[in-house]
Design a protein around this ligand. Structure first.
Ligand code: FE2
Length: 441
């Protein structure tokens, strides 16, 4: 087998196995839950990622392949208009059939057909399909992260507060990081985006192109819970002047007083407590490892863009643009100590870790997705993937904001400094946090 096929065969098995492993701690009932329209049941993620390979690879390129059940297409197509009508997204939790066991059988059926195809496809079929197989693997990794954030949201709504993973150790008190330090950047023309080195990237990361950076400073560390608590105690959630108009409306509509999953006594009561009286010691946070005391040294996470922007305003700063972030990550990668990809991915610790003191850019990858000040838009010369995958990214380039870096729930091998994640401004069920930037050196 040629090295490329060998590599994809190995990666295919590893990625598909990780999805099974992620579902393993969950009961069949857990895997059926859909807690909100944005979130999908675990079972649906397992099925949809299988549908992707069956439809876009086997159905399109393997002449001998027989579709496992032709009724599944409409159930597990997410948003591909060119591939026919779909079951409504907010009602994925109603799909008690096929059963979890049947979805498992379908996965095994598609796995063996895929393995046979990768090993045995003609050169012509292989060269037509290989790119889509690789896309399917990165697609499945995206759903692995969603599987975790979606079940976290569902579990948080159950008064039993189920734990996905084992309890986290309570770390000993550590010295605070102190005031954030800043890296000054003179600016000028920087190259951003993914080049043509043959490695995988989504279409939205291309083409590589020059951008103009103004002189600025970027924070070496993520904003931590201690700093965010100061914002809360200073009345941050009650001062409209700090907020974008849509953000202030969201605060009113949802009654936000803190990041998602934070709780203190009376937080959901009719008369909100005076924020100045809230003490760190009385705050607990729901995690994939159960509820635990707030660790003020961890990066703040589960904040919307609105909260990130209001915090930055309060701090006399702003969010970095996605290009400032990427330039900082590219510069950091040149000093070996900071090249933190591959990041940690630990099923025993699906929660952002404490920052450590240090010079230079820290916490770039694998703690929290970092909101940027950049609207999600096509790069100049953007060309979508071809075929059905043309609907993958381009059609969402409106009313979303770019996040960079990747989180503790992002699977290994999935991140790059050019990676562009995107969510609507109000989303906060992802592991989303921020770092700050300021104008001028
Ligand atoms: Fe998908």
């Amino acid at each position: 087998l040629d090295p490329h096929r060998q590599h994809l065969l190995k990666t295919f098995s590893a990625v598909r196995a990780l999805s099974r492993a992620l579902a393993e701690p969950l009961s069949a009932e857990d895997q059926q839950l859909q807690s909100m329209p944005d979130a999908s049941p675990t079972k649906w993620h397992l099925a949809h990622t299988t549908w992707f390979f069956e439809t876009l690879v086997l159905g399109a390129h393997d002449r001998g392949y027989r579709v496992y059940d032709d009724r599944f297409g409409a159930l597990f197509n997410s948003y591909y208009e060119s591939l026919g009508p779909r079951h409504p997204r907010p009602q994925r939790g109603l799909l008690s059939r096929p059963t979890l066991a049947e979805v498992g059988q379908w996965r095994r059926h598609v796995d063996s057909a895929m393995q046979a195809f990768i090993a045995g496809a003609s050169e012509a079929a292989w060269s037509a399909a290989a790119g889509t197989i690789e896309l399917g693997l990165h697609h499945e990794q995206q759903h692995q992260e969603l599987l975790l954030t979606d079940i976290k949201h569902a579990f948080s709504l159950n008064a039993l507060e189920p734990s996905y993973g084992p309890a986290l150790p309570n770390e000993a008190a550590a010295k605070p990081l102190g005031a954030p330090s800043w890296i000054g950047v003179e600016g000028g023309i920087a190259k951003v985006g993914h080049g043509d080195d043959g490695s995988f990237a989504f279409d939205n990361e291309r083409p590589r192109h020059p951008v103009l950076l103004a002189p600025h400073r970027i924070a070496t560390h993520l904003v931590d819970n201690a700093a965010f608590l100061e914002f809360i105690r200073d009345g941050g959630y009650r001062r409209p002047a700090l907020w974008l108009s849509d953000g202030w409306a969201a605060v009113q509509a949802h009654g936000w007083q803190a990041p998602a999953y934070w709780r203190w006594d009376g937080i959901h009561g009719d008369t909100p407590r005076d924020a100045r009286a809230i003490d760190a010691a009385e705050i607990t946070v729901f995690t994939l490892h159960g509820r635990r005391p707030l660790d003020v040294h961890e990066p703040v996470c589960h904040v919307s863009l609105y909260e990130a922007a209001a915090f930055a305003e309060w701090a006399g700063a702003r969010l970095p643009t996605e290009f400032e972030w990427e330039a900082a990550a590219a510069a950091a990668a040149q000093t070996a100590a900071n090249a933190s990809i591959p990041h940690r991915f630990d099923l025993q610790h699906l929660h952002p870790a404490r920052g450590l003191p240090g010079r230079g850019m820290q916490q770039l990858f694998g703690e929290v997705w970092q909101w940027t000040g950049s609207a999600y838009a096509p790069y100049p010369g953007f060309r979508p993937f071809t075929g059905p995958a043309s609907e993958y990214n381009g059609k969402f380039m409106m009313n979303q904001t770019v996040l960079r870096g990747g989180s503790c729930a992002t699977p290994p091998g999935h991140l790059r400094s050019t990676y562009r994640n995107f969510f609507p401004a109000s989303a906060r069920w992802q592991f989303s946090g921020l770092r700050l930037a300021r104008d001028g050196i």
